[in-house]
Design a protein around this ligand. Structure first.
Ligand SMILES: [Fe+2]
Ligand SMILES: [Fe+2]
Length: 354
């Protein structure tokens, strides 16, 4: 794929890698999840209808689904500029799905190395294969759009920190709960918003796999955290807090940095391609806030923090009394209601609530 940005990056990791010569199954739920993963494999090349035509110059998303377009500033733009913004914003978002899936491919491979249990390794290997198929599927789709944007600065930072962490529980928190919480919400919302049949069926297939990935985090991590010494649990809880802070668009000690997209070179490129002045847009956001205009997603949208990420961290015990105070200081509510999360995840035998 032709790009005008750096396409290689090298990292070093100090992760402990674990052999396991006891081939007994200790966690039956994980064995069932592994079994289900084996039989649920699909093939992006064969199982999706790639003959469906896509016009890359037309938006693929229902125009009522763009939160930013509810800004008074955006309403003053010409229809042509708005259409161009939708086209590039969707390409930007799908590029994030593609790069995020590559991150998930690498983190699940790292989990296969690092988890201490036999059945955990088997399961993580199936997630690795799932993520490889997801990378392939989004790569094929993004290629049809003929434009790929670089990975978001903050998403890359979080995946890098996760890949370079020193314990498998941190990988599962950073990836299966924080990044996949964000991804699961975005996939659901994209599935509802898209006007493209190919993208809808691709997303359906991906979502079925992702429901197992979220269930894995719950089944395995809760058990591991409950057996940790208090110091180790605090270390893991701190990692979770730092990851959430990064995704919430805040930097430690620096307060707000304005969300995931503000200041992101890829998003600035979207604005440039759509011929929208970034200064005008960010002033427009501030004006809207001052006037109390809500730029919230549609009411049926899944909210990554409220519905998925925070309930998942709370449920596995990755929020301690100490870090609860840190969340309060950072003005990030610790949502504990797991109903949406449970409806979206595969509870090892249940089905996804699509
Ligand atoms: Fe995935
Ligand atoms: Fe995944």
């Amino acid at each position: 794929m032709a790009t005008n940005w750096e396409t290689t990056d090298l990292l070093k990791s100090t992760m402990e890698i674990s052999w396991q010569f006891d081939y007994e199954i200790g966690i039956e739920k994980l064995r069932r999840l592994y079994s289900k993963s084996k039989s649920a494999q699909w093939d992006a090349e064969l199982d999706l209808d790639w003959s469906i035509p896509i016009d890359p110059s037309r938006p693929l998303i229902d125009e009522n689904r763009f939160g930013l377009e509810r800004l008074p500033f955006m309403k003053r733009l010409s229809p042509g500029t708005l259409e161009s913004f939708r086209v590039h914003m969707t390409a930007y978002q799908l590029s994030q799905f593609l790069h995020g899936e590559q991150g998930a491919l690498m983190t699940s491979a790292a989990l296969t190395h690092a988890v201490p249990d036999y059945e955990g390794k088997l399961y993580a290997a199936t997630q690795t294969m799932d993520e490889a198929r997801h990378v392939e599927a989004y790569e094929m789709y993004v290629r049809k759009l003929a434009i790929v944007y670089p990975i978001g600065k903050w998403l890359k930072e979080l995946i890098d920190v996760t890949l370079q962490s020193d314990h498998w529980v941190k990988i599962a928190i950073g990836m299966n709960m924080v990044v996949e919480g964000l991804a699961l919400a975005s996939f659901h919302n994209m599935r509802r918003a898209t006007t493209c049949d190919l993208l809808r069926s691709l997303t359906d297939n991906v979502l079925r796999d992702e429901s197992r990935h979220v269930a894995f985090g719950n089944i395995y991590v809760a058990d591991a955290i409950s057996q940790m010494e208090p110091d180790q649990r605090e270390d893991v809880a701190q990692f979770a807090f730092d990851a959430v802070l990064l995704m919430a668009g805040k930097s430690p000690g620096q307060g707000e940095r304005g969300g995931l997209i503000r200041g992101d070179p890829g998003f600035l490129k979207v604005l440039e391609n759509a011929q929208i002045d970034p200064g005008d847009l960010f002033r427009g956001i501030q004006e809207a806030r001052a006037e109390g205009v809500e730029v919230s997603p549609p009411s049926d949208a899944v909210h990554a923090f409220k519905d998925l990420m925070m309930p998942a961290l709370f449920r596995v015990g990755a929020v301690t009394e100490r870090t609860r105070a840190l969340y309060a200081e950072a003005d990030i509510p610790v949502y504990e209601d797991c109903r949406v999360l449970e409806s979206l995840e595969d509870a090892e035998t249940g089905s996804i609530g699509l």
